[in-house]
Design a protein around this ligand. Structure first.
Ligand code: 5GP
Length: 190
């Protein structure tokens, strides 16, 4: 019997909206979920490690990946490259996994072209003030980087309407519950 196709989920939202925490909690809740690990040229933040949060690449390595067609999509975000490697995703697709891509808005548009069936979810912070508090609370970035991320957030928030779902991240528990509900509804439909 052919394995059922897994769901493809793109999750976006401004830096500091809490996407990363929500995605990790979803993965822990459901063992069919896999999270795509992106490559980036930005340096590791805090305790981040190569091959865990991201594949941290040099600009040269990243550009080689682009030339070789190794990414489904890539984008520049606040002076760095970010991209979605194809290989692991292809294997998970064959296994029928549900795959989450935590990527920004331009990446979402590109993924939607490649995989029109993908479900897109925008995680919204309760307010710009909360967003700024969360970004500062990380304590890992310079004032300049925080300002650049806030500016990018202001540009991204109006694009929420392009997504299939908008989920407000008031608390991590509620936000995870809402996203899990979306995943389960789509599985039932599939
Ligand atoms: P951060 O530096 O905070 O980890 O990520 C910055 C932004 O890049 C976030 O909005 C994140 O969702 C996005 N991002 C992470 N990986 C990818 C990717 O592979 N492709 C694209 N287009 N955006 C990504």
């Amino acid at each position: 019997m052919k394995k059922a196709e897994g769901l493809l989920l793109v999750i976006s939202g401004p830096a500091g909206a809490g996407k990363g925490t929500v995605v990790q909690a979803l993965k822990a809740e459901d063992d069919n979920i896999r999270v795509s690990r992106s490559a980036t040229t930005r340096p590791p933040r805090g305790q981040e490690q190569n091959g865990v949060e991201y594949y941290f690449l040099t600009k040269e390595e990243f550009e080689k990946g682009i030339r070789e067609g190794g990414f489904y999509e890539y984008a520049r975000y606040v002076d760095n490259y970010y991209g979605t490697p194809k290989k692991p995703v292809e294997a998970w697709r064959r296994e029928g996994r549900d795959i989450i891509f935590e990527i920004e808005v331009q990446g979402c548009e590109k993924m939607k072209k490649i995989f029109p069936e993908c479900i897109t979810i925008f995680i919204q912070p309760p307010s710009m003030q909360v967003l700024e508090e969360r970004l500062r609370g990380r304590g890992t970035e310079t004032e300049e980087k925080i300002q650049a991320r806030m500016k990018r957030a202001a540009e991204e928030l109006p694009l929420a309407s392009l997504y299939d779902y908008v989920v407000v991240n008031d608390t991590r528990e509620q936000c995870c519950r809402d996203v899990l509900q979306i995943i389960r509804d789509h599985r039932t439909r599939a």
